[in-house]
Design a protein around this ligand. Structure first.
Ligand code: ZN
Length: 276
């Protein structure tokens, strides 16, 4: 069922829990993720990567979200240009990440403000990112931590941008962590204090230990983005299943079901770890 992302996140944070957002490159991944959310009885977010964003995929995810038995939001992730954002809003996303994190803070805020003015007329929620989360969202390469968010910039940035959710860099990366991940919890606490009522978002949750995920809701992180972990699990299942599928008469259905069951299992574990 359709839901407003800001309301959903606020409700989960009141219970010290966070909502996971999973990147869906196709309809089948979205169906697997929604199955996990329905089994767990918890809300979930379907992310559209900018690399995959096109009208048919967005409309398909919209229809999967609307038909779900639990609240499901569709969000355009990491959008750096207004034309892509307008297209996604036109085709039915509930939220967008207006990503100006590559810009100086003033220009970043101006970009978010401009997107927000349009998004508000369509009831679409806007997330911003300040500081940077290094790495490529679509590739699982080992990444060094860099570009942590400066807590001193939070208050002026939120006032100037009007962002409704804020993604920040606290030692998190897209892709794979080089060495053991070490989130900067003291910095996160300072960011939380400066952000007031605006919920925080943690990108790059793949590879974090469950204890880190369990902590998110209690420290004001209301949304957690997951991509690599889902892809890795699906690819491993696919790899192991290709030989048997070929040997059993090109049984594509059994192979597809095995891959999607794996995705549902991974999504369910993340959902429950973030706060069941
Ligand atoms: Zn991200």
């Amino acid at each position: 069922m359709r839901a407003a992302l800001d309301d959903l996140v606020a409700r989960r944070l009141a219970d010290q829990a966070a909502i996971p957002a999973f990147t869906c490159y196709g309809a089948d991944t979205a169906l697997a993720v929604v199955s996990a959310a329905e089994e767990a009885g918890l809300p979930v977010i379907l992310l559209v990567a900018p690399s995959a964003a096109e009208p048919r995929l967005i409309r398909t995810l919209r229809s999967i979200a609307d038909a779900a038995a639990v609240p499901v939001c569709v969000q355009l992730d990491h959008a750096k240009d207004a034309a892509l954002i307008s297209m996604a809003i036109e085709h039915g996303v509930d939220a967008v990440l207006a990503d100006g994190s590559h810009l100086p803070p003033d220009a970043n805020a101006a970009f978010v403000r401009e997107v927000g003015a349009f998004a508000a007329t369509r009831g679409v929620v806007v997330e911003a990112e300040l500081g940077s989360v290094p790495g490529d969202e679509d590739r699982a390469e080992a990444v060094e931590v860099s570009g942590k968010t400066d807590p001193a910039q939070i208050r002026p940035f939120l006032a100037a941008s009007g962002a409704q959710l804020l993604a920040c860099g606290v030692g998190n990366v897209h892709g794979r962590y080089r060495g053991a991940p070490a989130l900067d919890w003291p910095r996160l606490a300072r960011i939380r204090a400066e952000a007031g009522t605006v919920p925080l978002v943690l990108h790059g949750a793949s590879g974090l230990p469950p204890s880190d995920l369990r902590r998110c809701g209690a420290v004001g992180v209301g949304k957690v983005n997951v991509n690599t972990e889902l892809r890795t699990a699906m690819l491993e299942t696919l790899e192991a299943g290709v030989g048997p599928a070929r040997a059993s008469g090109e049984d594509m259905l059994a192979l597809t079901r095995a891959v999607l069951d794996k995705a549902t299992g991974v999504a369910r574990t993340v959902l429950e770890t973030l706060g069941g």
